[in-house]
Design a protein. Structure first.
Length: 199
């Protein structure tokens, strides 16, 4: 399959590329890195991106920023940042791609643990993650041509623990191989409309 990985330069994106790279043709994409660049928060840019790439069978999105700060500091714009970047950015990949992806293709989005197991300063991420879970459950009902859509929800990665572990007190880090298996299940399997938890 020809698989587009958005956010390929990140920790999760790197795992996805390594896991799927031996079996599939990987196109690495990012906002400023990769084989091709795209701002997924811009629906028009995403449409152009797909046009430039040509035929593809799967999209894996590991991208999307959210604000981490105390709720007392949050403003509407704090929430809107995460909703524009992490939620609508990934939703745009589905909206622009659902009619041009190959028949039987798949979209795999990425949320995270914080809507299930919250931490202080993580309200923006929790809000975005919950929105993505709701989107895939509902969108899957209306996808045509056998196209599937799922969202992977990993906990704190073991490889990221040194940088981010202080923000996740008591959380058990997840192994890279388990994260890779979750994305493989979504891309190569038959699930749709599912929240695939890696804990």
């Amino acid at each position: 399959m020809r698989v587009i990985v958005i956010g390929a330069a990140g920790d999760i994106g790197g795992i996805v590329c390594e896991t799927l790279g031996g079996q599939h043709d990987i196109i690495k994409a990012g906002r400023t890195t990769g084989d091709i660049q795209v701002d997924i928060s811009d629906l028009g840019a995403v449409r152009d991106f797909y046009r430039d790439i040509g035929a593809f069978d799967a999209v894996v999105s590991c991208a999307g920023d959210v604000a981490f700060e105390p709720l007392s500091n949050f403003t509407q714009e704090s929430f809107m940042h995460g909703l524009r970047q992490k939620v609508m950015g990934q939703v745009n990949l589905v909206l622009a791609g659902r009619d041009v992806i190959a028949e039987g293709g798949s979209f795999t989005l990425t949320s995270g643990v914080l809507d299930r197991d919250p931490v202080p300063m993580g309200t923006g991420a929790a809000t975005a993650n919950g929105a993505l879970a709701g989107f895939v459950k509902s969108a899957a009902l209306e996808m045509s041509r056998g196209v599937r859509v799922n969202v992977v929800s990993p906990g704190l990665l073991k490889t990221s623990e040194r940088r981010y572990g202080a923000w996740f007190p008591g959380h058990k880090p997840v192994l890279s191989e388990d994260v890779g298996r979750a994305y493989r299940k979504s891309v190569e399997g038959a699930l749709t409309g599912q929240l695939i938890i890696v804990a």
